[in-house]
Write a protein that binds this ligand. Structure first.
Ligand SMILES: [Zn+2]
Length: 588
């Protein structure tokens, strides 16, 4: 099996003349859009929809080719150059898109236009949403300048943040190591390695905390300015609007999360006890691997991983198994880590080709198999949206993880059912470790970001203040699950998510996704095979309805606390099982 992905469906290489042709066509489309709104509304709008689809297709082709190439080979200069050109040109695309939004916002009879045109009916959600968005456009005379200022403002701060993170060196046991290398030691089986690495990491941040704090102040200052310029009452309101979500839903979810925190703290304290700590888990042991004596976790080759996925997903529906098989056979996946390839994993949709590409850094653990299930879940989601206009496939972040978390849960449940007690314990620990991050840590990030944005309204915050706000957030979230003396006052410098100028509150959508995917699984458990077609249909309309309406298709009310409680109750059961197994297999 080929283990690198094939991008030749996009272009043959960076010298492929189609690249320049597509770039020229992209510019041409933007020019055409400016002229389109002069005539009668119906043909004008129909034309604008066509041109916008073409802009999506071209920018996705070019952007995916550059972005995916860079993800697999960071040193590829022609890819970086194309990416930079697209970045500069993106201001023009934003302006054209705003122009269309403004035009739609100004139409008196949008509903009758939609009713009278087959083409417009296919994109009705986008049109109605544009009418809402029009209320949040910046004044046309300042918009272009604001967008350009953002490239040298928030975007530049974000870039600087990444450079600081990538170049700071950490003194670890007499060696100078990059931050990422030291942080990955949090997973080391040797407790002294984890502790030394944590201490070295914390000792390194003072070298960069002043510029890091300036970056965060810059990005959050811009978020406040932008929210105001776009007539939002708050930065959070803008984020909710972008996520097609309302405040009631967010509050219901956060309320249920708060109720569940004691259960997660029980898990953390138990893990602490197993590792010999009396006062809660020290931060440096959050990711410590633990296993019963003599148990070594199973490992997988990529062929075994593929077999496992096809078998387990095939039980859900043979279509999913056939689809995954197709992805493996047709080189959609870049499998192994190598020099210059980015870490982690992701899935990128190539909607116009009805294909996806998946990047992983497969090393053979069960967690790596689970990552493949996750990313191929995204790819399945993309497949479910095949044939829709591109403007109706823009899944908001809270729903974007539905299919991936669902697949992960399917695989985890199947593995648990087949495992002996030792393996069950190990699987549960791996899962709870990750879920604690998505629920408890994400909640601390939400609290921290809320506090920073509130205080940033008045003035900039010092690094010292940011450290204190982070510790306060960790106290509220982790409570006595973590050792109060050994926490992480620099998590704000560590996580890049806080520095994304376009996405404030790049945190709660993760918790939403995790719990919604889990909630979906609970439905499947009850409904069995009847669930499958409804599920695929739900995935299909994730980008063409508000979140609440998408959920309602499965009779889920995301505005009520009880849905979230049910999803979290599944995890509480896992925590109880973990503790019972720990007492049995690893008595203290
Ligand atoms: Zn994902």
């Amino acid at each position: 099996m080929e283990s690198t992905w094939d991008l030749s469906v996009l272009y043959r290489g960076f010298d492929d003349p189609e690249i320049e042709k597509d770039f020229a066509r992209l510019k041409e489309c933007c020019g055409q859009m400016k002229a389109v709104f002069a005539g009668d509304p119906l043909p004008a709008l129909e034309n604008a929809v066509d041109i916008m689809e073409e802009i999506y297709r071209l920018s996705s082709s070019l952007g995916s080719f550059a972005g995916l190439t860079l993800a697999a080979d960071a040193a590829c200069e022609p890819a970086q150059q194309l990416m930079d050109r697209l970045m500069v040109f993106s201001v023009q695309i934003s302006l054209v898109s705003s122009e269309m939004t403004r035009y739609i916002g100004g139409l008196q009879d949008l509903e009758s236009l939609i009713a009278g045109s087959e083409k417009l009916r296919r994109v009705d959600f986008m049109l109605r949403r544009s009418r809402e968005e029009a209320r949040h456009l910046m004044a046309p005379e300042i918009e272009e300048w604001m967008l350009k200022m953002s490239l040298s403002g928030g975007e530049a701060f974000s870039t600087l943040r990444d450079k600081l993170d990538a170049t700071v060196t950490v003194d670890y046991r007499g060696e100078k190591l990059p931050l990422s290398a030291v942080r990955s030691k949090a997973y080391d089986p040797d407790p002294q390695v984890r502790k030394d690495a944590y201490e070295a990491e914390i000792a390194a941040y003072p070298k960069i905390e002043i510029p890091m704090a300036a970056c965060l102040n810059g990005v959050k200052g811009e978020a406040l300015t932008m929210a105001e310029a776009m007539h939002f009452d708050s930065v959070l309101d803008r984020s909710l609007f972008n996520n097609n979500m309302d405040r009631e839903t967010l509050d219901a979810m956060l309320g249920a999360i708060r109720e569940s925190l004691p259960a997660f703290r029980r898990y953390l304290r138990k893990k602490g006890e197993i590792l010999g700590h009396k006062n809660g888990l020290p931060f440096y042991d959050l990711f410590a691997p633990i296993a019963p004596k003599g148990y070594t976790p199973k490992t997988y080759t990529i062929e075994e991983a593929r077999e496992k996925l096809l078998t387990e997903m095939g039980k859900f529906t043979p279509d999913m198994a056939a689809f995954m098989d197709h992805a493996f056979r047709n080189r959609w996946i870049d499998v192994y880590p190598r020099e210059g390839k980015s870490g982690g994993a992701f899935c990128a949709g190539l909607h116009h080709l009805d294909q996806s590409r998946v990047l992983t850094n497969f090393a053979g653990s069960f967690s790596d198999v689970s990552t493949l299930a996750h990313e191929l879940g995204h790819a399945w989601h993309n497949r479910c949206m095949a044939g829709l206009p591109a403007c109706m496939t823009d899944t908001p972040m809270p729903l974007a993880e539905t299919a991936s978390i669902f697949n992960e849960t399917l695989l985890a449940e199947a593995a648990m059912a087949q495992a002996g007690k030792e393996e069950q314990f190990s699987l549960l620990e791996g899962r709870l470790m990750e879920i604690t991050q998505v629920i408890v840590d994400i909640y601390s990030r939400y609290l921290f970001e809320t506090a920073v944005i509130e205080q940033r309204k008045e003035r900039t915050l010092s690094a010292q203040e940011l450290r204190q706000l982070m510790l306060d957030a960790q106290e509220q979230s982790y409570g006595d699950g973590l050792d109060p003396e050994i926490r992480h006052p620099y998590m704000w410098a560590c996580k890049s998510h806080y520095y994304s100028p376009g996405y404030a509150f790049y945190n709660f959508p993760y918790a939403f996704g995790q719990l919604f995917g889990q909630g979906m699984y609970e439905k499947y458990r009850v409904q069995g095979a009847a669930f499958v077609p409804k599920y695929n249909q739900l995935l299909r309309c994730c980008g063409s309805m508000p979140v609440k309406d998408v959920a309602r298709q499965m009779d889920i009310d995301v505005g009520s606390v009880s849905f979230w409680r049910e999803a979290l109750a599944g995890y509480e059961k896992e925590i109880d099982r973990f503790i019972a197994l720990a007492d049995e297999l690893m008595p203290q």
